[in-house]
Design a protein around this ligand. Structure first.
Ligand SMILES: *Cc1c(COP(=O)(O)O)cnc(C)c1O
Length: 318
């Protein structure tokens, strides 16, 4: 398990690379939700999502003599972009393994950071296998999107920043995919201030962490169905799940309608463009799913890399 000390070290390591995002009180979301709401806008983070924190923490601790081959990751989304960006800053070659049907926009973004793109298979399991094989062949470091201690500790730096900006915070809301983000944040929060509540938020259509916590063991979903593409994970990580079991107070579920409403409301009222995955925490607040009243609640907006066509559709529907 990672510790508070690992997260403190990560904070020093990634300081030069990341944006130190703010924590902004929102009168509008406070009024709409009945709590004092503070937004942590990681949509304004470098590469458009928090993933740069964990990717940079992994890449910057590599021993340059051993990591000559560079880094490789099987993610086509925000993590792939973050690894490509962190590797370019550190001067390592990077390879991102993407599905054969990856969106041209994502492929262009990854190439824009100077990484090589390898197209392989269609499922995440196929990509992970391929990336591990290439890592062995080419002597590259494999960077998992969530089940990696360096990645988890890097994401945890968000927890330290929240405590620094709002020492008397009562609760923190965190989107949950594989659980890297929440395991880092929960470790930072609970090992500093055990009384602060930490809630995860998942789409009801991709609720593997919720089910796993209820069952007391990692539970795999047969399929996932959500607009929140960063949260389409079918099972929790082997490293992240025990941390969630130990430190997370509860997992809240939101519907697809609630996510869409939150995205549009964040844009209209908060002037923030979140991607669906990043809007789930505000969705939980607006839908009255957070079991608190008049408390100081920090909501992590985890990313803003939304396809503009999709954003336009959602605005049109609203
Ligand atoms: C990856 C991601 C998440 C989920 O993070 P995990 O560490 O997999 O739980 C949430 N939001 C965005 C925008 C992401 O890119």
């Amino acid at each position: 398990m990672i510790s508070l000390q690992d997260i403190r070290e990560a904070e020093g390591r990634v300081a030069e690379v990341i944006n130190r995002t703010c924590l902004d009180h929102s009168a509008t979301f406070s009024r709409l939700s009945g709590n004092q709401v503070y937004l942590k806008p990681e949509n304004l983070q470098k590469t458009g999502a928090f993933k740069i924190r964990g990717a940079a923490n992994h890449v910057l601790q590599l021993d340059p003599r051993k990591a000559r081959g560079g880094v490789i990751t099987p993610s086509s989304g925000n993590h792939g972009q973050a690894v490509a960006y962190a590797a370019s800053l550190a001067g390592y070659p990077a390879v991102v393994v993407v599905p054969e049907d990856a969106s041209p926009a994502k492929v262009a973004a990854i190439k824009g950071y100077g990484a090589e793109v390898v197209f392989y298979g269609t499922t995440s399991l196929e990509r992970i296998e391929k990336a591990r094989e290439l890592a062995r062949e080419r002597g590259m470091a494999f960077v998992h999107a969530f089940d990696d201690p360096w990645v988890m500790a890097g994401q945890g730096t968000i927890g330290l920043e929240i405590l620094e900006d709002l020492p008397d915070v009562d609760a923190v809301l965190v989107p949950v995919g594989g659980g890297g983000l929440i395991s880092g944040i929960a470790t930072a929060i609970k090992e500093s201030r055990p009384k602060v509540l930490v809630f995860g938020v998942e789409p009801a259509g991709s609720n593997s962490m919720y089910l796993s916590c209820r069952a007391g063991k990692a539970t795999e979903l047969k399929g996932v169905n959500t607009i929140a593409d960063g949260l389409r994970t079918s099972r929790p990580g082997e490293l992240t799940f025990p941390v969630v079991q130990k430190y997370v107070d509860d997992i809240l579920l939101v519907s697809e309608e609630e996510i869409k409403t939150a995205l549009v409301t964040l844009l209209e009222r908060g002037k923030l463009l979140a991607e669906p995955s990043g809007a789930v925490t505000v969705a939980a607040l607006l839908a009255g799913k957070v079991p608190l009243r008049e408390k100081k609640v920090a909501a992590v907006i985890s990313g803003g890399n939304v396809d503009l066509k999709l954003a336009a559709e959602l605005i049109g529907e609203a």
